[in-house]
Design a protein around this ligand. Structure first.
Ligand SMILES: Nc1ncnc2c1ncn2[C@@H]1O[C@H](COP(=O)(O)OP(=O)(O)OP(=O)(O)O)[C@@H](O)[C@H]1O
Length: 650
């Protein structure tokens, strides 16, 4: 168990651990270059690593992989595990009576007892009745048994390629109940990337939404062409009625080795018991990052981290018991920002929405009495830009809480959401921090401020919540930046809800966690007074023009204030004289016309001249990832192809 840094198999004298209850070692790593920030960094890792050896006489090698420690029995008093007794008082013991591995599986057990007949999962569209928590638990257990029957063992990866259908909610419990690791793949992956991720994850079973079967089939073909063993395929055919998404109808003759409902009904060996984790650090999920800036990385979540961040997310969302949660956050994105488990913690109802549009959101809110939902700023954009005939009145007497995050929310969008009667909660995080990691905690004294100022405050990323520490640091010296609103540093995290590591990528893990902090790659300042973090840009996105840093987020905020602009993204356009100049890509609101020169003039009225875009390109739509983030690398390519605005004076 490392205080800092990952265990690297084969690196430590593991053989000395056999037969010992506990050993401690300190490791100093060599100087290495930190790839995100150019300057070289001295990295010292020190920590204790603990091996438990159930029988000193056995020749078992202790486990050093990120997948977990040697298991202890959940029911026997743990003499050697839980692994640390340091700091305990005389007479204190750690044993089965006072210690159990933290796992979100406990939420399902409790909800099945406390809310047995309350609705657990329902489709937003159609007339299918909701499944209760009692039914849901029983179905998950049968599905877990069926997975065991298919040969799934502890720590095997089970992939899911699906939109937000009810099966997704169930699989978040059924897969870990089989002892396995859920890997929810981005539903907008193309076949080539899906096959790469299936190969990398070595998924044993693949659950495929029938709506995505065409892509999945092609991915499986590519997988076998590459000589990899294809997973067992299970087809999910829920909610296909009324699914009007292009390409969402199952291909003719759709078939798979197994069908989801048949598997649930059949179950598995009758003696099957849910395989709870023996150690809370065992993996529960493998999540690939969005691939906004680079190739997706496989982030490992532990039962412990998932448990803690699910509860934190419930608190962050201000969720009382029995909330009604609308699934507008993709469940494949950080397990729906941990709400795939969190809703169960409060006996809530999961309202599953296949296709997110402004109209579908308003419909679901009014039909199901939605109390909470979430979404990237693009989802908020769909709400504020919904046509009048698509809108429905919001519930009287209470606000619908919407957690936003995943990308910087423009203040004007926050302002319009609040004007419509939604309560927006702004959170920031990364796949590596189990999704939500900070929150812009609202202070009552801000209520009296003018709406524009309130929105500007809410657009800040705020401070950490449970189980995590956040800081803004100079990545070279690791010193915290002052809260002066001007000095920029990199946002860093440490604590209980930082990933276990990148799957099969020890070097990337070591780099991301160097110095005992997880480095986010986001550049930020701290606001004077409250010290709230305010992100200025991703380090890869910031524009450097004539030696000045330009935050693309600030330029975009100015563009969003333009009455005819629906969406905007700013990138650097290479320039022979300035290095880069700001180049804006904008989408006009329905029925509006955008004149590039007028937009430039508009921005010059709101921003220092050097920050205002020098180029404005009007486009039909912006390239986005499935999580709603603008793929700036694609726009940078376009800007690069335009060439330099100025001619070099050299
Ligand atoms: N509330 C927010 N405000 C500003 N930026 C945010 C917010 N929430 C998330 N982000 C951005 O999203 C990033 C995390 O995204 P995610 O982990 O989904 O994958 P990605 O970083 O987009 O993909 P990849 O790492 O593969 O490029 C953060 O580093 C940050 O840049």
């Amino acid at each position: 168990r490392w205080a800092a840094g990952p265990a690297r198999p084969g690196r430590f004298p593991c053989r000395y651990a056999v037969g010992l209850d506990r050993m401690t070692l300190t490791v100093s790593a060599a100087t290495r270059t930190h790839a995100r920030s150019a300057p070289p960094l001295d990295m010292s890792i020190s920590g204790s690593i603990v091996f438990s050896s159930p029988n000193p006489k056995t020749k078992n090698k202790p486990t050093t992989s990120v997948t977990g420690l040697a298991p202890c029995s959940r029911t026997s008093p743990c003499a050697s595990s839980p692994p640390t007794g340091r700091g305990m008082m005389e007479g204190a013991v750690l044993c089965a009576a006072n210690h159990a591995p933290l796992t979100p599986l406990s939420f399902l057990d409790r909800s099945a007892l406390v809310y047995p007949d309350r609705p657990a999962v329902v489709a937003a569209a159609g007339d299918a009745p909701a499944r209760t928590w009692r039914e849901t638990r029983a179905r998950c257990l049968r599905l877990a048994a069926a997975l065991a029957g298919l040969g799934v063992q502890r720590r095997h990866v089970v992939a899911v390629f699906a939109q937000n259908v009810p099966a997704m909610c169930e699989l978040h419990f059924a897969v870990p109940m089989a002892g396995a690791v859920i890997c929810a793949l981005n539903s907008r992956l193309d076949a080539a990337m899906a096959s790469v991720l299936l190969r990398h994850s070595e998924a044993r079973v693949l659950f495929v939404d029938a709506a995505l079967l065409g892509v999945a089939r092609e991915a499986l073909r590519l997988l076998s062409d590459a000589g990899a063993t294809p997973p067992v395929v299970v087809l999910i055919t829920e909610l296909l009625d009324g699914c009007d998404d292009e390409g969402s109808t199952p291909s003719p003759g759709a078939s798979a080795e197994h069908e989801y409902e048949a598997l649930v009904s059949r179950g598995g060996p009758p003696e099957f018991a849910a395989r709870w984790p023996a150690d809370e650090n065992e993996p529960i999920a493998l999540n690939y990052t969005s691939g906004t800036t680079s190739r997706p990385k496989g982030v490992i979540y532990s039962h412990r981290g998932a448990y803690l961040n699910s509860l934190a997310a419930v608190l962050l969302n201000d969720m009382p018991s029995m909330p009604v949660y609308l699934w507008t956050v993709p469940m494949f994105h950080c397990n729906g920002w941990c709400m795939a488990w969190g809703v169960a913690a409060q006996g809530g109802t999961n309202v599953c929405l296949r296709k997110v549009t402004g109209a579908a959101i308003f419909d679901a809110v009014s039909r199901h009495g939605v109390t909470h939902m979430g979404g990237a700023p693009t989802v908020l954009g769909m709400i504020v830009h919904a046509a009048p005939e698509e809108r429905r009145p919001l519930p009287a007497g209470r606000k619908v809480a919407v957690m936003t995050g995943g990308a910087p929310p423009p203040p004007v969008v926050l302002f319009r959401m609040e004007a419509l009667g939604f309560l927006v909660i702004h959170s920031y995080g990364l796949t590596e921090t189990y999704g939500p990691a900070t929150v812009c905690t609202w202070r009552p004294e801000w209520d009296a401020l003018p709406a524009g100022e309130r929105a500007a405050i809410k657009a800040r990323q705020g401070l950490h919540h449970l189980g995590l520490e956040v800081d803004v640091k100079d990545p070279a010296t690791m010193r915290s930046v002052p809260a002066d609103g001007a000095t920029m540093g990199e946002v860093m995290f440490r604590g209980n809800t930082v990933m276990s590591g990148y799957y099969k990528d020890a070097a990337a893990t070591a780099e991301a966690l160097a110095g005992g902090w997880f480095r986010s790659g986001d550049l930020a300042v701290r606001v004077p007074g409250d010290g709230y973090v305010k992100i200025r840009d991703r380090s890869k996105d910031i524009i450097i023009s004539g030696g000045e840093n330009i935050s693309t987020i600030e330029v975009e905020a100015a563009l969003f204030a333009h009455p005819a602009v629906a969406e905007a993204a700013v990138v650097g356009r290479p320039d022979e004289h300035w290095g880069e100049t700001p180049c804006a890509f904008v989408v006009a609101k329905k029925g509006e016309r955008v004149e590039p020169e007028e937009v430039v003039a508009f921005c010059r009225g709101r921003l220092p001249r050097y920050m205002a875009p020098r180029t404005v390109v009007v486009v039909e739509e912006l390239p986005k990832t499935a999580t709603g983030k603008v793929q700036k690398f694609a726009l940078r390519d376009k800007a690069k192809a335009m060439g330099s605005l100025s001619t070099s004076k050299l």
